[in-house]
Design a protein around this ligand. Structure first.
Ligand SMILES: *Cc1c(COP(=O)(O)O)cnc(C)c1O
Length: 366
């Protein structure tokens, strides 16, 4: 079976280095917030063109803590999209704020920045912009809108670690960038993990406190906090894997280019990418009107494609009850959600397999 992602193969590709790193971790006997986390926070923030990194327990927590760091609370509004991982919206709701859902652009599948202005009210405190599938959102445009309205921009980079918008890494445009190290992500650990990057020292220090009960180094308390630490174990693994991330992202680009050149464009709409940003293809997502038939045909040929996601967030009733939908509605979101298929893509996927998938796809009759 060829799966749409394969973290085990990603582990195998670096198993020697990872095992060596884990062995030294075992010998050190330090488990929580030690040198490894500090070193990885430094490496990762530098990699992301940001000054500070704060390791946390997950991507969801990264977003939650970023919102708490700017004092988001009940009654506030945070603008985001409905075509995203449930986690994006879940974190906003946990912070107490009301997520305000704006439509996506049907080509980029990212936030339609033309729909942001109409959604801003006196209650709006932040825009949480998601870089879906590894494709950078139009962050310049969104940043301009945020500045003009004196609201803060936070980036959800969970699917886009290493992606570039113009000459800078995603996560460095907003006041904070939030990352996930869930095993299937472009930089994935052997378990859960996340990071917030920022170049604002006050925010960095505040997040460091609230990720651990509110404590500072001397255990004095100024804020209410939670427990959301990145483990030394995961920092060890991630520090090792970070060295290969650019190489891995380039391999993803090669696979994506092969798909884009070989899939029948009369049958499938392929992802867009522009020449001023670097897409990192967390997922390679095509659009079709014949999804069920295609998924079935692929499955018969041992290809397990995915759908990210089967439902937009607002299509989950209990989530919708905590959200506000933007005035002009979610037309593109509702259309796209029926059409998307994630084809297999991960750095270790062989081009021969990609060719096989293209052949199977092109030979499906509809
Ligand atoms: C994966 C993901 C998250 C959440 O990350 P976790 O580490 O699973 O909590 C948030 N936003 C997006 C867009 C994601 O893809």
């Amino acid at each position: 079976m060829i799966y749409f992602s394969n973290p085990y193969h990603q582990y195998l590709a670096q198993s020697k280095d990872i095992k060596n790193a884990i062995n030294s971790f075992l010998k050190r006997g330090s488990y929580i917030l030690g040198e490894e986390v500090k070193n990885f926070e430094n490496d990762f923030s530098k990699y992301c063109d940001s000054k500070y990194g704060i390791g946390v327990n997950s991507g969801t927590d990264a977003i939650f803590l970023a919102l708490k760091a700017i004092n988001i609370q009940y009654g506030d509004e945070v603008i985001t999209t409905s075509h995203t991982a449930i986690a994006t919206v879940s974190a906003i709701i946990s912070s107490g704020a009301t997520p305000v859902l704006v439509d996506i652009n049907s080509h980029t599948l990212n936030m339609d920045y033309n729909k942001v202005n109409e959604s801003i009210t006196k209650k709006t405190k932040a825009i949480l912009a998601v870089h879906m599938y590894g494709n950078p959102v139009e962050i310049d445009q969104i940043s301009r809108i945020a500045k003009k309205n004196k609201i803060l921009l936070i980036e959800d980079c969970a699917q886009a670690t290493g992606a570039l918008y113009k000459d800078k890494k995603v996560g460095s445009y907003g006041v904070m960038g939030c990352f996930s190290f869930y095993p299937t992500k472009n930089l994935g650990s052997l378990g859960d993990g996340g990071m917030i990057v920022t170049s604002n020292i006050k925010l960095a220090n505040k997040i460091k406190r609230i990720r651990q009960y509110g404590w500072d180094d001397k255990r004095s308390i100024k804020y209410i906090g939670i427990n959301s630490r990145l483990d030394e174990f995961h920092a060890t693994v991630l520090k090792t894997k970070l060295k290969n991330l650019d190489k891995d992202n380039n391999l993803r680009n090669k696979i994506a280019d092969f798909y884009s050149r070989n899939l029948d464009l009369n049958k499938f709409k392929i992802p867009v990418k522009n020449n001023y940003s670097k897409h990192v293809y967390h997922l390679y997502v095509i659009q079709t009107n014949n999804r069920n038939q295609i998924l079935k045909s692929l499955f018969k040929k041992n290809i397990f494609a995915g759908v990210h996601y089967r439902k937009a967030v607002h299509q989950e009733k209990i989530y919708l009850s905590k959200c506000r939908v933007s005035k002009s509605g979610l037309k593109s979101t509702n259309e796209i959600v029926k059409k998307i298929i994630s084809l297999p893509i991960y750095p270790q996927l062989k081009i021969n397999d990609v060719k096989y998938i293209c052949d199977v796809m092109n030979s499906i009759d509809f």
